[in-house]
Design a protein around this ligand. Structure first.
Ligand code: NAP
Ligand code: G4F
Length: 347
């Protein structure tokens, strides 16, 4: 049985990747922080799967990473854990560099020291292109990061390239453009918008405060993007790949499409709050994924309007369920998850 180790398994991508690999018959090992199980709602549905094993640890704890990797002897390692919020990285640059940048190095070094030779995936980001020098951006576009997060990701990216070249590690880097889903964190702009719309429709919220509406992003659907990660590790040769839709839309267009889907005029609800405007912004992201199409046979399937609608619908359904649950006094799902100790093996 093939074994994979995923850091960031409790995040959006980690949870979809766990679904994907378990469906393929893998034994999946995941890293969780000590406080994570109580918030691990994205992998709730996997709690009874005997092929899922969680390990306590942190990307800042090199010894724990070494011990887990040495014990598990994985065939594939996916480094998805990060302080992944760009805005937050301006308030917390040291922490972001430590987790998002140095964390990648710690995983690479733990692999090397453990003596096993797994294939390695690094979650690189289109944020590395920052103040873009060309459009669309491809694997050949130079980086110009505009945030501590972008700089930390560029460090992790180049470390991955270096371990590939100096240790002959099968190490690949996915330069993923923004990808969203109903499991997206609520502090990212897409989910913030779709969640607010559900609450506005239900009369529970009356306005939505946002920052820069002019920024343009290339937004895809997360479950399709984790498939690209796996495809990279199935190739004979490692490499770097841009994963994107090739379409770009402004935050304003996202807002308008989402409100329009439920028959509301966004102008009546959206207010601009300067606290959400970043010291330096990434104005335009649009990716050229032709290498991924050619080498991996990967194609995005979900287009912008469908993505927006599915996220709004999911938040409307989730709120309806939440209201129904609270009316019936049902206990919180995360408490049940914590009550499954056999899932978590302390290493
Ligand atoms: P996410 O939902 O924010 O998940 C981040 C994960 O990292 C969570 O599981 C979190 O655990 C974990 N984590 C944070 N700090 C940690 C630490 N010190 N030690 C161990 N784990 C830690 O991110 P995502 O959207 O799934 O993205 C996955 C990866 O791809 C990230 O590296 C992100 O930077 C990168 N990326 C994302 C996108 C995108 O559009 N989504 C695009 C390009 C690249 P807790 O549950 O305990 O908080
Ligand atoms: O949703 P965002 O926070 O995502 P951002 O900054 O593009 O970063 C995401 O994508 C990266 C890939 O390019 C990942 F590497 C990273 O981990 C993360 O997943 O913001 C998108 C845009 C920005 O221009 C931001 O300034 O939306 C703008 N925005 C406007 N109002 C807002 C808000 N962003 C947030 N989070 N909250 C607002 O209220």
């Amino acid at each position: 049985m093939r074994r994979a180790f995923i850091t960031g398994i409790t995040g959006q991508d980690g949870s979809y990747l766990a679904d994907f690999l378990l469906a393929k018959g893998y034994e999946v090992h995941g890293l969780t922080r000590t406080e994570s199980p109580a918030r691990a709602d994205r992998i709730q549905h996997l709690r009874d799967n005997p092929r899922l094993v969680l390990h306590f640890g942190d990307l800042c704890d090199a010894m724990a990473l070494y011990r887990i990797i040495h014990k598990v002897q994985p065939h594939e390692v996916y480094n998805l854990a990060a302080q992944s919020h760009v805005g937050l990285s301006f308030d917390s640059p040291d922490h972001t560099a430590n987790v998002t940048g140095m964390g990648a190095l710690r995983v690479l070094e733990a692999i090397t020291q453990s003596g096993c030779k797994p294939r390695f995936y690094q979650a690189s980001s289109s944020e590395m292109f920052g103040k873009v020098v060309e459009a669309p951006q491809s694997e050949r576009t130079p980086f110009y990061p505009r945030s501590p997060y972008g700089v930390a990701k560029a460090f992790g990216h180049w470390m991955t390239v270096n371990y590939r070249e100096s240790h002959s590690l099968h190490a690949s880097s996915g330069i993923l453009f923004n990808h969203e889903s109903p499991r997206r964190g609520e502090a990212f702009v897409t989910r913030k918008i779709t969640k607010a719309i559900a609450r506005i429709k239900a009369g529970m919220q009356h306005s939505l405060a946002l920052g820069n509406l002019d920024a343009r992003r290339d937004w895809g659907f997360a479950p399709e993007y984790v498939e690209a990660m796996w495809l990279m590790l199935q190739q004979d040769q490692p490499g770097d790949y841009v994963i994107a839709t090739g379409e770009t839309h402004s935050v304003r267009e996202f807002v308008a499409t989402a409100f329009d889907h439920v028959g509301l005029d966004w102008h009546a609800f959206v207010v601009i709050d300067p606290k959400f405007i970043r010291p330096t912004e990434v104005d335009l992201l649009v990716g050229d994924a032709s290498k991924a199409r050619r080498v991996l046979g990967w194609e995005p399937r979900t287009r912008f309007v469908d993505l927006v609608r599915l996220m709004v619908d999911a938040d409307m359904d989730a709120l309806e369920e939440e209201v129904a649950r609270s009316q019936w006094g049902e206990s919180c799902r995360t408490e049940k998850f914590v009550e499954q100790p056999q899932l978590v093996s302390q290493v």
